[in-house]
Design a protein around this ligand. Structure first.
Ligand code: G4P
Length: 528
């Protein structure tokens, strides 16, 4: 293998920090950037976060999303590694965006609030990770608050997230008396001064829990408890198995307080030593290895600029193999044509800059004038289509009604382009009824506004009763044909013309599954 390619791959760690809103994702991201020297003071990332006060005002949110495009990917160097953090919108209504971003990472850090434990969005995000066997590290945050006990939290994680866990750090007390964490991975202790705005100096380094030095720094009763806890953990848990973690079967758990910088360094450094560098990825035709010399990659996100004076779109492209070069012609496998990019951008912390080349694991921004769609693959000529960028079942469904018959063409074009950008999903029913499915209500406001302002089309949405979309397949063609005929009022077609069953309730789905045992119902658009 090309030595330069090998070196660049082994340097890279591409991951996402995910959480239920408010668990501390932004704070943790910021601390990582501070450690990496990518930012000097706290607050730089925060200002890009969608503010709570703006959650019902979508134009305000879009404005803020516009600002955050530069920080959608945060790259920085730390301890000789190139770290790419892919930002995911915390807002629930943009969950589909988050799910798609997860298709572009090699691992994730999942943040859980120790007071609230596993929340609704945590479970959903974890189920997406499980689907792809993504390696997950869990960070239990806010240990400076009186939350649930660590052991109780570990049980809850295993039960609700359906994954085996293994603590790799352990908290010294909790709540007001929280002192820091003992690193079980390196058997060492760093005590930090609580500090919310900068990285403070290490106060003490202790090499083992037996070290009498410990008593000098923390009350005796805490030392005793820590020693007991460590003995218990080492007795109960198997030694940490890196392979199981990388196969997505075991989640190492860290405790800490992001705001006070407790446990963050332990997390970051252990993450760097155990998290995978870019690895192989399945395409429809074959498995593609990061180490292959020929460049390949895919688009997982498109960001449109809502400013009417700058109607450009940025496609987020993840490089899967080889070296990407500026101005080189690449093969667009869906359109079967060659295209080149004169100003691909890299994202470094909160800056965007034009780059000449990029490597597997990197995410670059490609200027797009409408030829790129989510899921598109670029290669050096090979016919490849990367898998694993599915559509997920929406949760809200509405009928799209045209309010200006003179603008039918504009409406059709607009809704097609917006759904290609991933704003929502479009399903078409017989008689050309168009049903729009989203994860959040906000998306309907976005669509309505953009159709009117960008395409000059007026529309309205009528709520429908459906709760879930299920892609249907069967080995038995006759059964499938009969199912589609009998249920025709509940059957729609997605943009690839695949049949989708709309269920009004879990009960209705269960009945259909019982009545038609030959039919397979899939919750995402991608299935073997
Ligand atoms: P998110 O991106 O996951 O939505 O969470 P974010 O980091 O914004 O954190 C949510 C709230 O939790 C913030 O408070 C933040 O300061 C607080 N927080 C983060 N880490 C810790 C921690 O370790 N301990 C404690 N006690 N709080 C923590 P906020 O009041 O909502 O925002 P702000 O006004 O402080 O910015």
């Amino acid at each position: 293998m090309n030595a330069e390619l090998k070196r660049e791959i082994s340097k890279r760690r591409t991951f996402a920090i995910i959480s239920h809103p408010d668990a501390g994702k932004t704070t943790l991201t910021e601390k990582f950037l501070l450690f990496g020297g990518a930012i000097q003071t706290a607050g730089a990332v925060k200002s890009n976060k969608i503010r709570k006060t703006a959650t019902s005002d979508f134009m305000e949110i879009e404005k803020q999303r516009g600002i955050s495009v530069a920080t959608s990917v945060m790259g920085f160097e730390y301890a000789g590694k190139r770290i790419n953090i892919l930002d995911t919108p915390g807002h629930k209504d943009f969950a589909e965006d988050t799910y798609r971003t997860l298709t572009a990472v090699d691992s994730v850090i999942l943040v859980v609030d120790c007071v609230k434990g596993v929340e609704e969005q945590t479970e959903k995000l974890m189920s997406v990770c499980r689907m792809r066997h993504t390696p997950v590290i869990i960070f239990i945050n806010k240990m400076d608050r009186e939350g649930k006990a660590p052991i109780e939290l570990l049980d809850e994680l295993e039960e609700k997230l359906q994954i085996n866990t293994r603590p790799l750090s352990w908290p010294i007390s909790q709540g007001q008396t929280f002192k820091g964490v003992y690193n079980l991975y390196t058997s060492a202790l760093n005590l930090f001064e609580a500090n919310s705005s900068r990285i403070s100096e290490t106060l003490v380094k202790i090499q083992s829990p037996q070290d009498p030095e410990l008593e000098k720094w923390i009350p005796e009763s805490f030392c005793k408890k820590l020693r007991e806890d460590i003995a218990l953990i080492e007795g109960v848990y198997e030694p940490f198995n890196e392979e199981l973690y990388r196969d997505g079967l075991l989640a190492p758990v860290f405790f800490g307080s992001a705001i006070n910088n407790f446990g963050v360094k332990e997390l970051l450094e252990t993450f760097l030593s155990i998290a995978p560098c870019p690895y192989e990825r399945d395409a429809r035709e074959r498995t593609v290895f990061a180490s292959e010399e020929a460049m390949s990659g895919f688009v997982f996100k498109i960001h449109a600029n809502l400013d009417p004076n700058h109607r450009d779109r940025t496609a987020f492209f993840k490089i899967c193999s080889g070296r990407f070069e500026r101005n080189k012609f690449y093969y667009h496998t869906r359109l079967k044509k060659k295209i080149r990019f004169s100003s691909p951008t890299h994202f470094m912390a909160n800056e965007k800059s034009i780059i000449d080349d990029a490597w597997p694991g990197d995410v670059i921004g490609l200027y797009d004038n409408g030829s790129l769609k989510i899921g598109d693959t670029l290669t050096e000529g090979e016919e490849l289509q990367f898998r694993g960028i599915p559509s997920f079942s929406p949760e809200i469904f509405k009928l799209l009604e045209n309010h200006d018959p003179m603008k039918t063409k504009q409406l059709d074009k607009g809704i097609r382009q917006l759904t290609e950008e991933g704003v929502a999903q479009l399903f078409v029913q017989h008689g050309n009824r168009k049903i729009v499915g989203t994860v959040g209500e906000l998306q309907f406001d976005v669509i309505k506004f953009r159709l009117e302002h960008e395409y000059g089309a007026l529309c309205a949405f009528t709520p429908l009763r459906y709760k879930k979309a299920l892609w249907v397949t069967s080995d038995n063609k006759e059964s499938l044909g009969e199912f589609l005929r009998r249920k025709s009022n509940l059957i729609v077609f997605d943009r690839e013309d695949h049949p989708v069953f709309l269920a009004e309730s879990e009960w209705m789905l269960k009945t259909a599954q019982e009545d038609y045992p030959d039919i397979e119902f899939h919750t995402t658009s991608e299935f073997k």
